[in-house]
Ligand binder design. Structure first.
Ligand code: NAI
Length: 343
């Protein structure tokens, strides 16, 4: 690419889209946030005015007609990702999309074909944990052989109970895919990455204990999945929207010669408060706080890939395979049956 500045248009300015937009506007070298788009006209106007963004749209197709842009960043609800990715690629843009790639296998495969037809365009999926310094460090240790052959992964993905109102608004407006495809999908991707193996069979269970609203959504407030991977490797996944102490993302990888743990105590920072409650390490309170660095690093990588004419490590195949696995978890939970993962 001969340009020195990548002009980006973002669609979706909600809980995460606003953070991405702020990063693109102010924190990434050689990047300009040139357009914002959302069906929420107030959010669009506010961001345009406050941050001096040249173009603002309430219609996605209109944004795609703006040929001054180089890339599209998608942060809309999950049910829109596939269609919006395909349209952006078709219109000639580089594309970043939030996870999950899709909510159904057929649409994910359609996108995979579209990405493969447009190989000269950069495509990246928002599995930002791979860009978190601690997760990247753990991967490096595994590659160096520090724990031998990784054979089992145990993941906790627990959202804070105090974020329940925000989650309910998000989930009632648009179908999220449910606990496994929406939330555990990050862990499912990490498991494939760390174990270097694809999933074969899944059993999942779950229920609603403190928040019966989940019945209306046909979803689980708290759930667990047991996954058998290739080469007899194992995965244990716990996901919940009802974590009393905060945002708890913990991963353990057990190998033949040792193990690694990431985020065992989900500390906010390195400060311990000593007072009448004892010695207290406060907890991280949400995804924006815990993964602040990772959201920035993944966007930097996307822009660098465009400027350097290369593809990122996270591929459309990672999106398809994690959607297949997340969907199998959802089916196992809904039917109570052991499921073979369909690819
Ligand atoms: P949200 O509901 O807070 O925001 C969605 C935004 O998209 C709103 O601005 C809404 O007005 C806009 N929108 C909805 N339909 C649209 C359309 N057809 N065209 C244009 N704009 C539209 O959702 P949130 O939490 O920001 O999530 C967005 C995506 O990001 C989801 O796919 C979610 O799975 C993902 N996400 C990823 C996280 C991560 O850790 N990587 C964390 C949170 C969300």
């Amino acid at each position: 690419m001969h340009k020195t500045i990548v002009k980006v248009g973002i669609v979706g300015l909600g809980r995460l889209g606003r953070q991405h937009a702020e990063n693109l506007a102010f924190r990434i070298p050689f990047c300009e946030l040139a357009a914002v788009c959302s069906i929420d006209s107030e959010a669009v106007e506010q961001v345009k005015k406050e941050w001096n963004v040249p173009y603002a749209y309430t219609d996605y197709d209109e944004m795609l007609a703006n040929k001054e842009l180089d890339a599209i960043f998608i942060a809309t609800p999950s049910g829109f990702h596939c269609e919006q990715i395909e349209k952006a690629l078709h219109a000639g843009f580089h594309v970043f999309s939030e996870k999950p790639l899709g909510l159904y296998l057929e649409e994910a495969i359609r996108v995979q074909k579209a990405v493969n037809r447009n190989k000269e365009k950069v495509f990246m999926l928002g599995f930002m944990r791979r860009y978190d310094h601690s997760y990247a460090y753990a991967k490096k240790k595994i590659e160096e052989g520090k724990i031998g052959e990784p054979v089992l992964i145990r993941c906790y993905g627990l959202d804070p109970a105090k974020a329940m109102d925000g989650f309910m608004k998000f989930a009632k407006k648009n179908y999220s895919g449910g606990l496994f495809l929406d939330m555990a999908v990050h862990d499912l991707d990490l498991a494939r990455w760390f174990l270097n193996a694809e999933a074969r069979q899944v059993w999942a269970i779950g229920g609603n204990y403190a928040y019966t609203e989940f019945e209306e959504l046909n979803d689980a407030e708290t759930g667990a999945a047991l996954v058998k991977f290739e080469n007899n490797k194992m995965g244990i996944f716990v996901a919940s929207r009802n974590c009393a102490h905060g945002y708890h993302i913990e991963t353990e990888i057990i190998g033949t010669k040792g193990s690694l743990r990431i985020g065992t105590v989900p500390e906010k920072n390195r400060v311990t408060v000593f007072d009448e409650s004892g010695a207290v390490n406060e907890c991280s309170d949400g995804f924006l706080e815990r993964f602040e660095q990772a959201y920035l690093s993944e966007a930097e990588e996307f822009i660098s890939c465009i400027l350097e004419n290369r593809q990122p490590e996270v591929t459309v195949e990672d999106g398809v395979l994690s959607t297949c696995l997340g969907y199998a978890c959802k089916e196992a939970f809904e039917t109570g049956e052991l499921k073979t993962v369909q690819y």
